[in-house]
Write a protein that binds this ligand. Structure first.
Ligand code: RB5
Length: 149
């Protein structure tokens, strides 16, 4: 698995901890599309970069982090083909994989403590899409994108 990660200036050190955790626990390749500086870096830039990397197949899935996880997830979800869940607890993260086949995860460094964030990452990375009736609904989301073109 190859993951893309992105962040704004609020979440630099927090991002580093998440990357270290994923590399050590899963051995995944993690490509950094975020900033490593605490100078202002507007979250839509990172959200779009990671989202494009996912839809272009440069990476398999993406994780994006800003202060709340909200702005960066909204930006990512503007890219056709992205289903990014912004969440603060593991239940939604897991169900978003099982039912919505999310290909991006967002959370906020100002909202979610680092150990809880690791739990969220664990269930999101290991959760499997269940298909079936859920695929019908994911296909309907894709249809919305097609109608917007
Ligand atoms: C930056 O101040 C902050 O707005 C950003 O990190 C994020 O929380 C936006 O949704």
């Amino acid at each position: 698995m190859k993951l893309g990660i992105g962040n704004d200036h609020i979440a630099v050190e927090y991002k580093n901890q998440i990357v270290k955790y994923i590399k050590e626990k899963y051995g995944y390749d993690v490509v950094n599309y975020g900033t490593d500086s605490t100078e202002r870096f507007d979250y839509p830039i990172a959200g779009e970069k990671v989202a494009n990397a996912v839809v272009n197949g440069e990476v398999d899935r993406g994780i994006v982090i800003c202060g709340t996880g909200v702005g960066i997830s909204i930006a990512a979800n503007k890219v056709n083909g992205i289903r990014c869940v912004a969440c603060s607890e593991p239940y939604s993260a897991l169900l978003s994989r099982q039912h919505n086949d999310t290909n991006m995860l967002a959370f906020g460094s100002r909202v979610v403590g680092i150990e809880l964030a690791k739990m969220i990452v664990d269930v999101w990375l290991t959760g499997k899409f269940e298909g079936g009736r859920h695929k019908v609904r994911v296909d309907m989301i894709h249809d919305i994108e097609e109608r917007q073109k």
